[in-house]
Design a protein around this ligand. Sequence first.
Ligand code: SF4
Ligand code: SF4
Length: 436
Amino acid sequence: MAFVDPTDPCVHCGFCLPTCASYRVLGTEMDSPRGRIHTLKAIEAGELELDATVASHFDSCLGCFACVSACPSGVRYDQLIEATRPKLNQPELRSSWQTSFRQLLLLVLPYPKRLRALLIPLRAYAGTGLQRFARRSGLLKLLGPQLEAMEALLPPLPPEGLTDRLPSLNPAQGKKRGRVGLVLGCVQRCFDPGVNEATVAVLQANGFEVVIPAHQGCCGAVSHHQGQLKQTQKLASDLVQSFSGEALDAVLVAASGCGHTMKSYEKLLDGADNFNAPVLDVHEFLANRGLSDAFLKALTPLPCTVAYHDACHMIHGQGIAAQPRNLLRAIPQLQLKEATEAGVCCGSAGIYNLVQPDEAAALGQLKADDLSSTGAEIVASANIGCSLQLRRHLSSEGPEVCHPMELLARSAGLSLAPALTTGGEASSVPPPQQHS
Ligand code: SF4
Ligand code: SF4
């Protein structure tokens, strides 16, 4: 396949540059969308070789697609980078450490059983005095930048994340309005299990029966972002298989990185069986169907300020920005704040913050500063990768990070365990108040 469609309409205007996360922190043309398009054309024309140096300028791309939203000429940079990524996996294009580290991540992260086996011994460390001591002591520097970045992202590990506790059938409450499936996400179910619990509770309270097939695996988003097509296709077809035989109105997900990949299954699976219902982000679904009258009546005031964080795979990848905000506006006395740079990546980007830790840390700090400057008490994030990245970079006195579904569940008084906490820490979200 050609690297670049020769008819691509890039006119080199540079409108995409200010939105580009990698250009923002590296400042070089080769690390911008315009520069990468130029490079691809040069490779295609035989004027440039794809060697390790050239490949590093593609590895610096976060795949956030802010450039696609910004481009007035309709350049599909997302398609260009997706076609390029598999070519970057040739062993001679990265150091052996980088190749091995990426392989290790792809052997563990998309498999909840393996991930949990690794996390169980880490429970004695994560969120404890030992972790605080190790961070203060500077000993972690000895691990090297990638492993140090992994440690820095490690949140307290709630015991609920170590098993799948949600039943496979969760009945609708009140008048039944439909039947939906829920994809749990492999990282989300381990690191932030309260998000899926809140999502199920909100859907049930809105009259939807929620089906969660036991033994469902990963959607393939992590390997998809790395251009590992065979692994992605296997994960995708296994996930589709786990939902087969269920009559559903929609297959939902509450992590936008997963949703973006699942929406591309038709192309990824190339004619093989796909879900027999549309894939939708849970915010998109609830906004389309509307919150039920009973649920709206049950919402009690949450007098707090909230900055909604746009995950790139939500706003640029799926075009979803208004729906989560409108759902949050349904909560009485909740006041939404807008960050200045809503469309710029936080630096999470799948495993980017592990494999490119310096660039990711710089972006994480910029995003944390931008969100903190709103003065909001809460940051609402609908993507687990962003949530982990933001929790790492927001100061301990800064805003708390919650999923919008957790805020809706909280306002509606839906009981969850753990309720709106991160690893057992007390939530700064005030308890709901009764309508006067
Ligand atoms: S990708 Fe689009 S915005 Fe960027 S330089 Fe080309 S035409 Fe301009
Ligand atoms: S996908 Fe994001 S990081 Fe990559 S070129 Fe586009 S804006 Fe820059």
